[in-house]
Design a protein around this ligand. Sequence first.
Ligand SMILES: CC(C)(COP(=O)(O)OP(=O)(O)OC[C@H]1O[C@@H](n2cnc3c(N)ncnc32)[C@H](O)[C@@H]1OP(=O)(O)O)[C@@H](O)C(=O)NCCC(=O)NCCS
Length: 450
Amino acid sequence: MANFLTAIILAAGEGTRMNSKFPKVLHFVAGEPMIDYALQNAEVLKPQKIYVVVGARSEEVIRHIGKRAVPVVQKERLGTGHAVQQVVPYLKNLKGDVVILYGDACLTRSQTVQALRQFHGVQDGEAALLSAEVENPFGYGRIVRAEGGTVEKIVEEKDASEDERAVHEVNAGLYIFKASLLVEALKKLKANNAKKEYYLTDTIHYIINKGGKVHALLVSDASEVLGVNDREQLAQAHRVLNLRRISEHQREGVTFLNPETVEIGAEVAIGQDTIVESNVHLLGETVIGESCRIESGSRLQSARLGKGVIIRSSRVSESQLGDDSDAGPNAHIRGGSVLDKKVHVGTNAELKNAHIATGSKVGHFSYVGDAQLGKDVNVGAGCVFANYDGKNKHQSTIGDKVFLGSNSTLVAPVIIGKGAVVGAGSVVTKNVAPGVTVIGVPAQVFRKKK
Ligand SMILES: CC(C)(COP(=O)(O)OP(=O)(O)OC[C@H]1O[C@@H](n2cnc3c(N)ncnc32)[C@H](O)[C@@H]1OP(=O)(O)O)[C@@H](O)C(=O)NCCC(=O)NCCS
């Protein structure tokens, strides 16, 4: 059964250097908990089962992985080999292969994991591992290759000779083994080292000593092997992933004025010739159309923008802006707001659960909440939709071409008919008929439709 595959993710490390109350693998990197990257990399291989080895105090990790994998608790922390040994009793048959991934290896690409599996299949050795050439190999296990190019041994920093320390090819910590041989090697593991731990790399040595072949696949992008052990590495991993995503968008024709400062989620889509300025966060399921401009400091969370939209240093969350609309500076559009085409939202305006039809303008310092606005409505500066009575939220409906004067307050629920005018500073407490002008506090009819 050549295709039988089991995946094991090692996620029991306490991450002491993270100095955190939370398990290391639940820390977020570029919008997702670290372990999710490992789970995705395992899932892409379509294994029959995925086991995640977790530490003794990892209820949160177990909860997080849910049905995606089977948790296996490593009660004592006795090394990577010991961690894999914990899974052995779960392996019902020893057919096929076992792939082993690290729970903090969030920078390894899925394509690389797939390539390693393919490589293992083609080389037909007993095991294969991923390696990388790094500039500073200090602290990594060095890959020493035999004459034919197979792995001769993996030497840890403290055991390395001067020649071995000069080797820049390092062990990435991603392995694939023939299952039967892995289990055999695990049984023979000894903790005869300074730390009294069982090392997974010793299974590689066991296989080689037995005459088996272990091949190493050298990955071209060394950033794929970076693990995360402290907050500095967390930040580094975060940045690497962001820049990878940005490169993809750049290839699709998006301009980033200062890519190093942009945060971008994995699900974000951006149209051609859109310009993203500095310090912009594009998160969740944000979709941006062509030729938009996202000015510095903006934060878009699951926002949908049409073509030619300009966002000036503003926040948009769970809301839509149609073609040629613009917002800000410092606008806040949220709560499922939907703006049709050519809608203008001014400085410091806030919109919540508002539907605004084409050509309408919401002026500066205004608040429009729980409202339906028709076409070509003008919301004057400082208008407030008083949608909350202390207990419940109420809806306002504003007809086409309504003109709301500055600093007017609409006490919801209220309906303002098509073409009506509300004088500056009015407090509207009753419905206004179409074409009527109202003024005052409370607003009274000032002029009826001509
Ligand atoms: C209500 C409004 C449309 C009336 O305009 P108008 O027909 O030209 O009226 P007038 O300026 O001739 O004023 C008529 C009377 O109403 C009074 N009045 C006008 N607007 C008023 C208002 N908002 N509240 C109370 N009284 C008002 C005037 O003081 C005047 O009183 P008077 O006869 O005792 O002197 C206008 O005054 C208004 O409030 N426009 C809103 C402008 C605005 O806020 N734009 C938004 C920019 S962001």
